[in-house]
Design a protein around this ligand. Structure first.
Ligand code: GDP
Length: 181
């Protein structure tokens, strides 16, 4: 399967993770380079297209934003089934969203017949320092790295607010996805 011969191939990436970790914000930053401090809850699933140059070669991505709410998990599963890769987000200032990563990984594994590349993304790094100062339990970088290693996932930390690492996260996953496709 040589991707060089398939310029029109669209790669499907799915954003997953608990509600309010920043999935919609991540997409908004990636596709429109915007950030809104108040975003409306995603209803069901919606997608955005993004073309990137990955190692000198154009790659068209279809990015699906799934809702994190429990009641939508079954919908998310049907999207994992056809996914080429997953961006699995948690909020570095909200520990429970990190503890739920395992469940998301299980959902992904249950829905796909073969292992697909997963990028574990610790989002909202811009808030961590302040959150720690007021005594909130935050997720340290090393914890994220360790968990990603356990699941053979890629790892990065981002901020949809200041834009750090957003494009890099997608590029890195896209590169892995193309290798495996
Ligand atoms: P979703 O439910 O996972 O799609 O999460 P949203 O994108 O709706 O984000 C939930 C809330 O977190 C919104 O108020 C966003 O503005 C905010 N948010 C998302 N990403 C970041 C971030 O990187 N930094 C900060 N400070 N806020 C963020």
């Amino acid at each position: 399967k040589r991707t060089l011969n398939k310029p029109n191939r669209v790669y499907k990436l799915v954003l997953a993770g608990d509600a309010a970790v920043g999935k919609s914000s991540f997409l908004l930053r990636l596709c429109k380079n915007e950030f809104h401090s108040a975003t409306s809850a995603t209803l069901g699933v919606d997608f955005q297209m993004k073309t990137l140059i990955v190692d000198g070669q154009q790659m068209t991505l279809q990015l699906w934003d799934t809702a994190g709410q429990e009641r939508f998990r079954s919908i998310a599963k049907s999207y994992f089934r056809k996914a080429d890769g997953v961006l699995l987000l948690y909020d570095v200032t909200f520990e429970s969203t990190f503890l739920n990563v395992r469940e998301w990984i299980d959902s992904i594994e249950d829905s796909t017949s073969h292992a697909i590349p997963v990028m574990l993304v610790g989002n909202k790094t811009d808030l961590r320092e302040k959150a720690q100062r007021v005594g909130q339990n935050c997720v340290m970088t090393s914890f994220g790295e360790k968990l990603a290693m356990t699941y053979h996932a890629l790892f990065c930390e981002t901020s949809a607010k200041d834009g750090s690492n957003i494009v890099e996260a997608v590029l890195h996953l896209a590169r892995e996805v193309r290798k495996k496709a």
